[in-house]
Ligand binder design. Structure first.
Ligand SMILES: Cc1cc2nc3c(=O)[nH]c(=O)nc-3n(C[C@H](O)[C@H](O)[C@H](O)COP(=O)(O)O)c2cc1C
Length: 184
């Protein structure tokens, strides 16, 4: 089949609602991406757009909304941290995606080795990343980060899918219902 026969160029672009419906059927972990601005103030926002890019060199990506204070701080500091949330940290996911002015006053956090905000109680794992590449596209920027250091602790991850939070439960414990819905 040729490109002409595919007629991809004639197709209208899907709506934002169709995009959301698609991605709601792709459950992910939940992270709070954090950064420090030029005066060291912490910024952070809830993100599910975390993906692995390459193992060598170790690289991940996140997509942040243009206009976000966290995105600005990532550019200022040239670095970001990815705090992968524990199953118990749903309130923190809501805090960092809601309209609360001083999010960091409501959680326990410390500065990581590289000086990035680390949600010590809520993060199941925390990755410190040096910003290595930025690709702006539409209303988001894709930020690539070289992994500098990874810190983990025992626990299970918080998940988000089908427009609700859930928790990871290994199938050997949970039978066929591997995810426990926490939306109620
Ligand atoms: C589960 C979940 C995942 C999200 N993932 C992203 C994401 O990957 N990128 C993004 O820009 N916003 C994402 N958001 C939305 C932001 O968290 C939200 O817009 C937040 O208010 C942004 O912080 P700001 O207002 O300080 O910019 C997500 C929200 C939720 C609840």
């Amino acid at each position: 089949m040729t490109a002409d026969e595919l007629r991809v160029l004639d197709e209208p672009i899907a709506s934002a609602g169709e995009h959301r419906a698609l991605m709601s059927r792709f459950p992910t972990g939940v992270a709070v991406v954090t950064a420090a601005d030029t005066v060291g103030r912490p910024h952070g926002m809830t993100c599910s757009s975390v993906a692995s890019v390459t193992l060598c060199p170790p690289t991940i990506l996140v997509c942040l909304r243009v206009g976000s204070a966290t995105l600005r701080a990532v550019h200022e500091g040239g670095a970001f941290a990815v705090n992968l949330l524990d199953a118990e940290a749903r309130a923190t996911a809501e805090l960092f995606s809601g309209p609360v002015p001083d999010r960091f006053a409501r959680v326990r956090w410390i500065r990581s080795h590289a000086g990035l905000p680390w949600l010590v109680d809520d993060a199941l794992a925390m990755a410190e990343c040096r910003l290595s590449r930025v690709i702006p596209d539409g209303d988001h920027e894709v930020l690539f980060g070289r992994l500098l250091r990874v810190t983990e602790k025992p626990g299970t991850p918080l998940l988000y899918g089908m427009r609700s939070y859930s928790v990871w439960r290994p199938s050997s414990l949970a039978g066929s219902a591997g995810m426990e819905d926490m939306s109620a």
